[in-house]
Design a binder for this molecule. Structure first.
Ligand code: SIN
Ligand code: FE2
Length: 221
């Protein structure tokens, strides 16, 4: 039988993982980095999603994304038939995106610092919700005005297999399992690396149930 890469706590896998794993010259996985602030993060997240509900956005090519998406912060990322971009207003409500909670901003700042990026002040937090089967195809984050600041990602809920590729879509990707509370930071020479997420497997997370939520913090404007 093939080993199941998601079964991280099976008898055959070591339970202890190194806390920080370097996955590129300027890219790190910070294991469990968000756990000390998780309750406060989840409370704030629920309030944001009540004000700016998740919705399935449409790509310029006309495909509905499998993830449900929302944002907080001064700028929110959207896609529709006319393209990918950041907006100040949530097109669903016509109101500004909910402000970035302090606990989000502080966590993103601390994670960036741990990965070697001082003074990271995110103005955008993209929220993607994956139900089992939902995925994110390989892409680069390049709708931001500049690329000096890193991308900081936080995983919540069900495990995911994160793909961390190279600078061409066809480059081989590393497969990195991400668990509740793990953070990934990529920037500098790695800022434009292709990345994506394999379809989420069925399961139930004790706190979040049958879903994975990923937050990505960016300096967009
Ligand atoms: C993204 O690239 O926007 C999401 C990455 C992830 O869900 O881990
Ligand atoms: Fe991305």
């Amino acid at each position: 039988m093939q080993p199941n890469p998601f079964d991280l706590f099976s008898d055959h896998e070591p339970v202890q993982q190194p806390r920080n794993e370097q996955i590129g010259e300027q890219s790190w996985v910070l294991r469990g980095f968000a756990l000390p602030r998780i309750e406060s993060l989840l409370t704030q997240l629920a309030a944001i999603l009540a004000a700016a509900p998740l919705r399935h956005m449409v790509t310029p090519g006309g495909f509905s994304m499998s993830v449900g998406t929302s944002s907080c912060g001064a700028l929110g990322w959207i896609t529709d038939r006319s393209g990918y971009r950041y907006t100040r207003v949530d097109p669903l409500s016509g109101l500004p995106w909910p402000p970035m909670p302090t606990v989000f901003a502080e966590l993103a700042h601390a994670a960036a610092e741990r990965a070697g990026f001082a003074d990271f002040h995110a103005d955008s937090c993209l929220i993607n919700r994956y139900v089992p089967g939902a995925k994110m195809s390989l892409h680069q984050d390049k709708d931001e005005k500049a690329y000096a600041a890193p991308i900081v990602s936080l995983s919540l809920g069900l495990p995911a297999m994160f793909l961390f590729g190279g600078f061409a879509r066809s480059d081989k990707s590393q497969r990195i399992p991400l668990l509740h509370g793990d953070m990934v930071v990529w920037g500098g020479v790695d800022r434009l690396r292709f990345h994506g997420v394999l379809p989420i497997r069925h399961g139930r997370h004790p706190q979040l149930g049958e879903q994975r939520i990923n937050l990505t913090f960016r300096l967009a404007g």
